[in-house]
Unconditional design. Structure first.
Length: 257
């Protein structure tokens, strides 16, 4: 009993210290005119990491190659200027050989991906066979378009099926859908359009496509403050899924002035 009480007291004390530390940090962050203001979630003096929505302010990419598709993303999740998670997995598996890449609001994109995964499982059971990539992409499009006024979700849906092989579908904000040989999205994509346009070619080998995806992501992560962390990739082919991670200290580095 003595040891049980001691352990409980230690946990209670740790919680108290953590709460005091958080309150102190918030108070320090909201100091104005030499005096600490009262900080709440609704306070105008609250720091941006308290009030801002959690975003996967991001760089995502997908491209077709000779045997299927490769998708990739960075791993940084932000709340304003605060990095809420540095190892987020933005590649969501929807079915055996269909994935999506998420950009925009973390909550919105996670909810949409969960709904599509559930609906696609039901569809596969109903038809008695694996779902097509285009079917999954159309489900994303339908949800994003019908809720375009309320959602902040940019989705790339990619995968392999026996009907059309490797496919990449872009569903940007607003719910449009377009099949493209490669597509990029997120806040870091604006920095790499030139690189992608110059270096992409149809019918790339596995190694060429992997280098293309990783280099594009590394360049975006170097320039975009909302992109960073590690590089996650997934290769989707007839054989299945092959996932890889490039750790932060192994990400290619370029001239940064």
């Amino acid at each position: 009993h003595f040891h049980g009480r001691s352990a409980r007291e230690q946990v209670k004390n740790r919680r108290s210290v953590s709460q005091v530390g958080l309150c102190s940090a918030l108070a320090r962050a909201s100091v104005c005119g030499g005096q600490a203001a009262s900080v709440t979630m609704a306070s105008p003096n609250a720091p941006d990491f308290v009030t801002e929505e959690t975003l996967t302010g991001t760089t995502i990419i997908a491209c077709e190659f000779e045997d299927g598709v490769i998708i990739g993303a960075d791993s940084r999740t932000t709340r304003g200027s605060y990095v809420a998670n540095r190892v987020t997995d933005k590649l969501c598996q929807i079915s055996d050989q269909i994935f999506c890449c998420r950009s925009g609001s973390a909550a919105d994109t996670q909810a949409v991906a969960d709904v599509v995964k559930y609906q696609l499982e039901l569809h596969s059971i109903e038809v008695g066979k694996k779902a097509r990539v285009q079917t999954a992409a159309n489900m994303f499009k339908s949800i994003c378009y019908n809720n375009r006024e309320g959602l902040s979700a940019g989705i790339i849906c990619a995968g392999w099926d026996e009907y059309k092989g490797g496919q990449v579908y872009n569903i940007p904000l607003g719910g449009m859908i377009a099949r493209q040989p490669f597509t990029i999205g997120g806040s870091g994509s604006g920095f790499i359009y030139g690189y992608c346009d110059l270096n992409f070619k149809e019918g790339m080998t596995k190694d060429e496509a992997l280098t293309f995806v990783r280099t594009a992501l590394a360049m975006a992560m170097a320039r975009d403050g909302s992109s960073g962390g590690v590089i996650r990739t997934a290769m989707l082919t007839e054989a299945g899924v092959e996932r890889e991670v490039v750790l932060g200290n192994e990400v290619p580095v370029f001239w940064e002035g």
